[in-house]
Unconditional design. Structure first.
Length: 228
């Protein structure tokens, strides 16, 4: 019997359409078109002052209930906007700032040196692998990033492998349920869609917090395997 190749398996997971949104890549996963990636040339958008009001980063971080010893993976870290805000709270742990764009990681390295931060570690991921060590991460955070993953199944499988049993995944995504939120449709996600995609990689939904003006904060957990 011939086993399916990784490419063949990928073909059964994803679907492609020639006619698609100008904001997407023409690739569909579980009924959702994947959005184009925001490049490093738009890095200033990540540091815009209005994020304090529209995205309330401090309230997001407080909702994570971090412990000083936690290892946090900031996936799609960009300029390190969340990484550097989290790092003081995990003084005995660290933040793994993962991005697929070397230019973003260069910015993080610069800011690390400039601000004398020692517990933020930039990591170059790929489109299919976050390049994180197995079962070392307490919490993986993705803020406005997951919807741009070109290979969401593979990336999330890698993230799940990196989590300790009982480790959490937190997705922060603009609410697609609300058409009045002024964000392009493919850069928003419904809670139903997010839960469907996280369930596909074995994550259990814990809760969704709706305190943000325009975004869901969705919390998932890697199951704790029973001891036999």
């Amino acid at each position: 019997m011939t086993l399916p190749t990784a490419a063949a398996e990928s073909d059964t997971i994803y679907h492609y359409r020639l006619v698609h949104s100008a904001d997407g890549i023409g690739k569909f996963y579980r009924g959702r078109e994947i959005a184009k990636v925001m490049g490093h040339t738009e890095a200033l958008w990540l540091e815009r002052p209005s994020r304090q009001t529209t995205e309330q980063p401090q309230q997001v971080i407080e909702a994570l209930n971090l412990k000083p010893t936690d290892i946090v993976a900031d996936i799609g870290a960009g300029t390190g906007y969340f990484s550097f805000r989290i790092s003081p709270l995990v003084s005995q742990g660290k933040v793994l700032a993962v991005d697929i764009q070397p230019e973003m990681l260069d910015m993080i390295e610069f800011l690390k040196t400039e601000n004398n931060v020692t517990n933020v570690e930039p990591i170059l991921g790929s489109t299919t692998d976050p390049n994180l060590p197995e079962e070392t991460v307490d919490l993986a955070l993705m803020v406005d990033a997951y919807h741009e993953f070109a290979y969401p199944r593979e990336m999330m499988s890698g993230i799940v492998r990196s989590l300790k049993p009982g480790g959490r995944v937190v997705l922060v995504e603009y609410r697609r349920e609300n058409p009045l939120i002024p964000i392009k449709a493919l850069h928003k996600m419904t809670q139903r869609q997010a839960r469907k995609e996280m369930n596909a990689v074995g994550l259990q939904w814990l809760e969704t917090k709706e305190f943000l003006p325009q975004q869901h904060l969705m919390i998932f957990q890697k199951p704790i395997e029973s001891v036999s």
